[in-house]
Design a protein around this ligand. Structure first.
Ligand code: BYC
Length: 336
């Protein structure tokens, strides 16, 4: 089955050099001082194994999410309603592929190879965002994915630009700029549909109804049930908790929904003047864990598509390696 628990193997044989130094009080103290001073840890620096593992886990899951996240929208490229919408969608899906590549590169600096990460994804061991295991049923879903899914992603990713691990933080700056374009294009596409026919408006509302609760779950389990949060915050990897980000997302999205003219499907959603935030209803965490554990509506399809793409691309990888070998032989001959 496609369970999605990813443990970085302790005794694995990374193809890149992993820095493995016996724990030394001085090194630990230097690491702690950088973290306490809100500085950056770079790949060449000593770091505790648990910090390295946590980063590999999170960054590789994030990379997989970007790559799998290309699929639900990619399905609509050939069916976009105009040349303009097709060009925008192609650019967006391409951007997501680029995000995956920056993130795989950032994870590689921690001593795990891309092959290891792909293997974890293709064998169903690796997690990726729950949100991409739902189908995009209509063109309105493409707009809603941009508006709400990318909107939630930005909310989660802006604080990661201040993450304590340098390569991840730097990658996130560019990712966030591009995600901001993605969110706006989604909103603009929905705005256009909301000025159209009754059928178009109904299509947007239906898509919002289907995606809203899934987007709230994207931020991860409640803080009280989030095993990685306390340590992630201590290390400056996570800056804002799952629940606080979820609340920020709800507060930011309610006025946007009003501008669009759609209803968010939650009868308990209302402004709480005392808290200065919106209250909202209960998230179905059983459904979330079902999806995370491989039993969502599209888990099998998404994974099968990625595995097929990997297998179909084998000849490209072989040709690139053969070309590199030839170049190397030629360079050696010329140097002799
Ligand atoms: N889906 O202790 P917790 C995108 C897992 S791509 C699946 O709170 P943590 C886009 C979690 O991994 C957006 N699993 O964990 C692309 C952990 O399991 P493990 C992707 C989830 O790490 C294309 C367990 O639940 N964004 O925007 O402290 C088109 C307990 O959770 C989910 C990122 O990856 C989930 N939603 O916090 C459009 C951002 N949530 O690993 C858009 C980077 C939780 O212990 N990641 N789990 O087995 C993060 O910020 C953090 O990893 C999370 C979770 C907030 C997601």
């Amino acid at each position: 089955m496609y369970t999605q628990s990813f443990n970085v193997p302790d005794g694995g044989t990374p193809t890149l050099q992993a820095v493995s130094v016996p724990v030394d009080a001085d090194l630990q103290a230097r690491f702690d001082a950088v973290i306490d001073a809100d500085g950056k840890i770079e790949p060449r620096d000593w770091m505790p194994e648990a910090y390295r593992k946590t980063l590999v886990r999170q960054i590789s899951q994030h990379a997989h999410s970007e790559i799998v996240g290309m699929l639900p929208e990619g399905n609509w490229i050939s069916r976009a309603p105009s040349l303009k919408r097709k060009a925008i969608l192609v650019a967006k899906v391409q951007d997501e592929g680029g995000h995956g590549l920056y993130l795989y590169s950032a994870a590689e600096t921690l001593g795990t190879s891309r092959d290891q990460m792909f293997d974890a994804l293709h064998s169903g061991k690796a997690k990726y965002s729950s949100i991409f295991n739902y189908p995009t049923l209509t063109w309105a879903d493409v707009g809603v994915v941009g508006w709400l899914v990318d909107g939630a992603a930005i909310m989660n990713q802006i604080p990661l630009c201040r993450c304590s691990f340098g390569p991840y933080a730097r990658a996130m700056i560019r990712v966030c700029k591009e995600e901001s374009f993605h969110q706006r294009q989604g909103f603009e596409s929905l705005m256009t549909m909301m000025q159209g026919t009754a059928e178009q408006k109904a299509m947007v509302q239906d898509a919002v109804n289907r995606w809203w609760w899934k987007c709230l779950a994207m931020f991860g389990p409640p803080d009280a049930d989030s095993p990685n949060s306390v340590q992630g915050m201590r290390w400056g990897i996570k800056r804002i908790s799952n629940d606080d980000l979820r609340q920020k997302f709800v507060d930011a999205t309610v006025p946007q929904a009003q501008v669009l003219g759609v209803t968010l499907p939650d009868p308990d959603l209302k402004w709480n003047a005392e808290r200065g935030h919106h209250d909202f209803g209960a998230i179905d965490w059983d459904e979330f864990w079902q999806v995370v554990n491989g039993n969502g509506p599209c888990n099998q399809e998404r994974l099968a598509t990625r595995v097929k793409a990997w297998e179909d691309g084998a000849w490209v990888r072989e040709a690139a390696l053969a070309h590199a070998r030839k170049q190397e032989q030629r360079a050696r001959k010329e140097a002799a």
